[in-house]
Design a protein. Structure first.
Length: 62
C-alpha cells in the first residue's frame, strides 16, 4: 500500500501504478498470495510465506 500511495502522490497514472505493484507482488512472493493471510494470523510472517512482512495486526486498515 505504501508504494501505491507514494506513486499516486508523485503523479503516476493508474496503468503505471498497476504495473509496478504487480511486479512488486511477484518479486516479494513469486508463488503468489492467497489474499487471506491477515485472517489467518500471517501478519508477522515474511512476504514469501504469504505474510505481510511484519505488519502489526493491530494497525491493519480495511
Amino acid at each position: 500500500m505504501g508504494l501505491a500511495k507514494w506513486m499516486i502522490k508523485e503523479g503516476y497514472n493508474i496503468e503505471e501504478i498497476k504495473e509496478v505493484v504487480i511486479k512488486w507482488l511477484k518479486f516479494t512472493n513469486p508463488s503468489g498470495y492467497t489474499g487471506d493471510g491477515c485472517y489467518k494470523g500471517n501478519c508477522e510472517k515474511p512476504f514469501v510465506k504469504n505474510g505481510c512482512g511484519g505488519m502489526n495486526p493491530s494497525i491493519i486498515r480495511w
